[in-house]
Design a protein around this ligand. Structure first.
Ligand SMILES: [Zn+2]
Length: 340
């Protein structure tokens, strides 16, 4: 079978390796059908000074596949079932895991494709409790975007920011994988969506997705435009993942008592904030990372109901690096999916 391994910073190797042993009692064996790229793949590929990771490591942080083998104690699945996998090997026994909040696991073994071997290989074994069934009618390509792409957004907007119908939301980088998902999920509950993009072609695509207002951040200061659009009131929620470059502007876009939820810092990890502004305006700043098992089921249910991820490109496994280059160049609108 094939496995795509990061052997050093910016160095991938696609090699033939031996297939895994039959799954142990509480495991399943999954045949991978599609892997979706995330910014996390880029952090891993480039190397990241402040996050520990070892090479060699099999890449691929989110995926969909078919059950190819079932351990003797794995009762809920059978061969041929279509599944997605949770993106980290969590313990399953701590309080957070028992409550279904796996992203707060107290003894997580690591994030797949980052700290430990990921999904860019034909077959793998993993604990049966970490697979989630894919509803009928959802394609491999779309399902592969559920565990991280969609579920992260589901967790940010609804569990953390408590976005409610009729509210206003500013979605940063509306052309990114999570940005496109945030626009679609917010519009689906009747919110007013303002989004930022880097060029006019993306602006047209964001409007076509349903964004009510689109700001080209290369030609306009987004905080000024948001204040104008909202008649100086600001928005209820800001969906952040850009980080240093936008964070203070994002706070200026919030309504009094507004919520900023963030899951990333692609433009840099550090910034300073005005504490007087924070408490006087009664802002809530919420960090969000990953998702719960429930969020993945919710994401798949949305897909089954017709809310589908925006796909930028599909590339075959040997072209994984080409997909990463496209992601890194920021030319992407939506998700890049690796087909098997
Ligand atoms: Zn745990």
């Amino acid at each position: 079978m094939r496995a795509l391994t990061l052997i050093a910073d910016r160095k991938l190797e696609l090699a033939e390796v031996s297939s895994p042993a039959p799954p142990s009692a509480d495991e399943v064996q999954v045949r991978i059908k599609a892997v979706a790229l995330n910014h996390l793949d880029l952090w891993s590929y480039r190397g990241m000074a402040f996050a520990k990771r070892k090479t060699p490591v099999v890449v691929g942080v989110e995926a969909a596949g078919e059950i190819a083998g079932v351990g003797s104690a794995a009762a809920d699945v059978k061969a041929g079932d279509r599944v997605v996998m949770y993106g980290a090997i969590t313990c399953g026994t701590c309080r957070a895991c028992k409550e279904g909040r796996d992203n707060l696991c107290e003894s997580v073994a690591g994030i797949m494709g980052f700290h430990i071997d990921g999904f860019a290989r034909d077959l793998l074994n993993l604990p049966a409790r970490l697979v989630i069934p894919v509803p009928e009618g959802v394609s491999w390509r779309d399902a592969a975007c559920a565990p991280i792409g969609f579920a992260t957004v589901q967790h940010m907007l609804f569990d953390n920011a408590k976005l409610a119908p009729g509210e206003s939301v500013l979605v940063h980088a509306g052309g990114s994988g999570i940005g496109t998902a945030a626009i679609l999920m917010s519009k689906a509950i009747g919110c007013t969506v303002i989004t930022t993009v880097g060029d006019d072609a993306k602006a047209a695509k964001a409007r076509a997705l349903g964004a009510d207002h689109v700001i080209n951040y290369n030609t306009d200061r987004f905080e000024g435009v948001v204040r104008k659009i909202t008649a100086k009131k600001g928005v209820d929620v800001v969906f952040e993942h850009v980080g240093a470059q936008t964070f203070n502007g994002s706070l200026l876009c919030l309504k009094r008592g507004g919520r900023l939820v963030t899951c990333g810092s692609t433009s840099g990890p550090s910034t300073t904030i005005n504490l007087m502004q924070l408490f006087q305006q009664q802002y809530r700043i919420i960090g969000s990372f990953g998702a719960s098992m429930r969020n993945i089921r919710e994401s798949l249910a949305k897909m089954a109901a017709g809310l589908l991820p925006v796909i930028d490109t599909e590339v075959p496994l040997p072209d994984f690096e080409r997909g990463l280059a496209r992601l890194e160049s920021r030319q992407v609108f939506g998700k890049i999916v690796i087909s098997f």
